[in-house]
Design a protein around this ligand. Structure first.
Ligand code: NAI
Ligand code: 15L
Length: 265
């Protein structure tokens, strides 16, 4: 990899990916609306608001690949979601088309399908059932990616990330957890294989109680090494059992599905 753009580089996953991908690309171009003061060898930084198309085109120029993590990462006002996720993702794809970038990792989310029951096992063909405006914005991003693949042959990994944390800390996370190492390995695989297409991948470690089936994406050759199983005992001890009638237990998206609409808060 020569020059790879990492958006959202100042955020939680951006910070984790900087560490996990150190030395992998000749140059990792970090970008965020928030300034990053301290750079490591092989990194550069360009401040950019994803809502500004001209700035995004300048940002993407000269890059070979994009890992697009930037934007609103939880439920929020429509304005924030519109700027960070609707405009932001469109601008990334449009900039890629204008300057000739051919492969993108898009950080989608499990909240695109968060209104599915925890008793269902989902794959890439499962209907989108967003549990929040945030989830809706990830559906928009995935459709933009599909459109840019079909019309302009820009390939994408649409990673519906579960919950990327150092370790799972509650019962839901035993199903949704992905380790930073597994996520970084997936990102690397995406740029190694010859043909990617426009492929949905649920981003979860090798968790025994996973809700997601990635067999359609086995050609990527990604085999998550970590598993939430080793944390089960600790989680069961620290996270009290809820009543089985608690609505938060019904849906894969958990609290995202059960909280009220943002405009009413
Ligand atoms: P985060 O909120 O920590 O980082 C997002 C970054 O995007 C922030 O540094 C923020 O300053 C930047 N940003 C927001 N609006 C921007 C704009 N208009 N222009 C430029 N930069 C902007 O989120 P996190 O946890 O690092 O997530 C990264 C991505 O992965 C997000 O797209 C999120 O939706 C997705 N994701 C993360 C999961 C997780 O477990 N952390 C799970 C599922 C999806
Ligand atoms: C996400 O999409 C969020 O970005 C992250 O903050 C977590 O809430 C994660 O999903 C999750 O479902 O645990």
């Amino acid at each position: 990899m020569k020059r790879v753009l990492l958006t959202g580089a100042a955020g939680t996953l951006g910070t984790a990916m900087r560490k996990a991908l150190a030395g992998w690309a000749e140059e990792l171009v970090l970008s965020d609306i928030v300034t990053i003061e301290t750079l490591n060898a092989g990194e550069s930084f360009i401040a950019c608001d994803l809502a500004d198309l001209n700035a995004v085109v300048d940002l993407v120029r000269g890059c070979d690949a994009i890992i697009h993590l930037g934007g609103q990462s939880i439920e929020g006002t429509f304005e924030n979601i519109m700027n960070g996720n609707l405009k932001g993702t469109y601008h990334i794809y449009e900039a890629a088309r204008q300057v000739g970038v051919k492969r993108i990792v898009f950080a989608s989310s499990n909240h695109l399908t968060g209104f599915h029951s925890r008793e269902e096992r989902l794959n890439d063909k499962s209907p989108m059932r967003p549990d929040s405006l945030y989830g809706v914005s990830k559906g928009f991003g995935e459709l933009v990616a599909q459109y840019y693949f079909d019309k302009f042959a820009i390939e994408s990994a649409l990673i519906r990330i579960g919950s990327c944390l150092p370790k799972p800390t509650n019962r839901r996370l035993l199903s949704t957890w992905i380790s930073e190492r597994d996520l970084a390995d997936l990102v690397k695989r995406v740029f190694i294989i010859n043909r990617l297409g426009c492929t949905v991948i649920y981003g979860a470690s090798n968790n025994p109680c996973s809700w997601w089936d990635n067999s359609h994406a086995s050609f990527i050759g990604w085999y998550p090494k970590d598993s939430s199983a080793v944390f089960e005992e600790e989680v069961f001890r620290n996270d009290p059992l809820l009543s089985p009638d608690d609505p938060v237990l019904l849906y894969q998206g958990g609290a995202f599905a059960t909280t009220g609409h943002f405009e009413d808060v």
